[in-house]
Design a protein around this ligand. Sequence first.
Ligand SMILES: Nc1ncnc2c1ncn2[C@@H]1O[C@H](COP(=O)(O)OP(=O)(O)O)[C@@H](O)[C@H]1O
Ligand SMILES: [Mg+2]
Length: 316
Amino acid sequence: MKRLFRGKDDQRVDHEEGVQEDGNGQQTGVQSDLELSHVGPYEIIAPIGSGGMGTVYKAIDRSRDASVAVKVLDRRYDLDKKRRKRDYLGREILIASALNHPNIIRMSNQIVEQEDRNGNVRRCLIMELVDGHNLRRFIENRELSMRQMVDLAIQLCQGLDFLHQHGIVHRDIKPENFLFSRDLSKVKIVDFGLSKSDSSWRTRWFKEGGGTRRYMSPEQLAKKSLDARSDIFSFGLTLYELFTGRHPCPGPGANDIMRQLRDSRFRFDLPSKHNPEIPPHLDRIILKCLRRNPNKRYQSVTELLLDLQRVAEARI
Ligand SMILES: Nc1ncnc2c1ncn2[C@@H]1O[C@H](COP(=O)(O)OP(=O)(O)O)[C@@H](O)[C@H]1O
Ligand SMILES: [Mg+2]
């Protein structure tokens, strides 16, 4: 399949204006030489992914025959004072280690510090391993049935709903941050490095940059305050790609995509135009997530979940 958006357009930007991170989470971008031989009791086996914050490795504790995933924070985050202060890894652990839901990745609640091969102390996060792929793989391969896609979408919604119910906005919802085991029995949301948690989040809306531009809501692109409905827009983009194999904005350039995302005069094609198997009800669901005005979107993932469950029931 032709990929219109590769490389830079997929990159995550962090809070420092103009700083670009490699955010496509593809195996191809992963460093091949291992930076570390072990982390705590775990022997590093192989890199399995990378994103804006660092590289994720498969690792094993041989004495217990236990496999885990280890995220090693990129050195840039320790070298740059501003970024060090933001403490993305600490934030990720603080937010995600306390969450207990089948569709949210489990992780230890402590940062492990480990010396790398060059003698630098590296900060690492230990997570449950999902031996499989991220959602990008299914978007490219188009090997899932409608039924499987609807089922995955429902499970992701359940995880996202749980997050929002706990006052957390993910802020970097995109295919690379959704993981699946090979047999699809595990479906997990990952990457809470940009997430926000605040008990008063409903009233004290967030005003902070960061995210992946081609998955940003119009309000996030405009650097306006945002809430959980911004995640719903990003999730709508992800659903559009899952069900059709393409992003709704044809670009061609990154700036064109950002304009198309923000401008309500640019009409997204009906998803079913690109995949005739999509029923009209699902067309409406996806496009409702993608309304530019947050007040016209789903106001909660719970509502979205109910609608998706109706699609699933209608097809059984
Ligand atoms: N627990 C895990 N098990 C398996 N693969 C993972 C796990 N966590 C992350 N990955 C892979 O690594 C990639 C980057 O991880 P992520 O947490 O998103 O890092 P970043 O914050 O750098 O974007 C993911 O897209 C996924 O492919
Ligand atoms: Mg990521």
